[in-house]
Ligand binder design. Structure first.
Ligand SMILES: [Zn+2]
Length: 237
């Protein structure tokens, strides 16, 4: 049984368990990323080049010369910014010659290559960003208003807004998996990683991909919770 302390004091909300399951999946996935990243960030590659150098070589091999590579603060903050065509690597990737660093750098190059080649899911994802942003911010307040006033249209609007955020996470999956498969292919053909090293990079990138799967699962569980709460609200009328 789950008691939930809300605006009206303590009330019984069994659907809260869905949020907890989602949270558990996300925690498991992110600990998997940290474990794999830490393990392979201690193993240097035979090629001995840094993440930043590896990124430049992968981009060159892909015929991309208009993307700059910068260092960014924080851990696991690596990303490709399509608007300014900048590949930002965290310092533990930028300056490191480890398998993890080279793997992550190549993954971000995967996104730059997707952008360069006009990969449809990436463009679709960029187009959904603003809608998903608004949806994820306003879904709960609107839905909660619907619960308080027992007003069904607000409940439905809240659910639809949350759905936009779920669709965004769904479109993120092919984008992420594709970036990693492009990365591994490039690392192999450019001889930046050999044999066992490729297996290590695959593990790091596979663990990172799982965090997106967990985030999607958590969102779907939350969506299910909203639908259950909306149904329960109607029955009380
Ligand atoms: Zn990515």
């Amino acid at each position: 049984m789950i008691m939930f302390y809300g605006m009206y004091g303590l009330f019984y909300d069994p659907t809260f368990i869905l949020v907890l399951i989602g949270l558990g999946l996300s925690v498991l996935a992110s600990s998997g990323v940290k474990r794999n990243f830490n393990k392979y960030s201690r193993v240097a590659t035979m090629a001995g080049i840094t993440g930043a150098e590896a990124a430049r070589r992968v981009l060159n091999a892909a015929g991309i010369s208009d993307v700059s590579i910068e260092s960014v603060a924080g851990d696991l903050t690596d990303h490709y910014d399509p608007r300014s065509k900048v590949l930002r690597l965290s310092s533990s990737v930028y300056n490191s010659t480890s398998i993890a660093a080279v793997g992550v750098a190549a993954h971000e190059c995967g996104h730059a290559i997707q952008h360069n080649r006009g990969y449809v899911p990436l463009n679709l994802r960029s187009a959904i960003v603003p809608v998903a942003d608004i949806g994820s911010k306003l879904a709960w307040p609107i839905f909660f208003g619907g619960l308080i006033f027992s007003f069904q249209p607000l409940l439905i609007i809240g659910i639809v807004m949350f759905l936009a955020a779920v669709v965004f996470q769904l479109v993120t999956l092919p984008v992420e998996f594709n970036a990693s498969s492009r990365a591994l292919k490039m690392l192999e053909t450019t001889n930046l990683l050999y044999g066992e090293e490729l297996t290590g990079a695959k593990k790091v990138l596979g663990a990172a991909a799982l965090t997106y799967v967990a985030a999607l699962a958590a969102s779907i569980l939350q969506l299910l919770r909203l639908v259950l709460l909306a149904g329960g609200g109607r029955r009380r009328d």
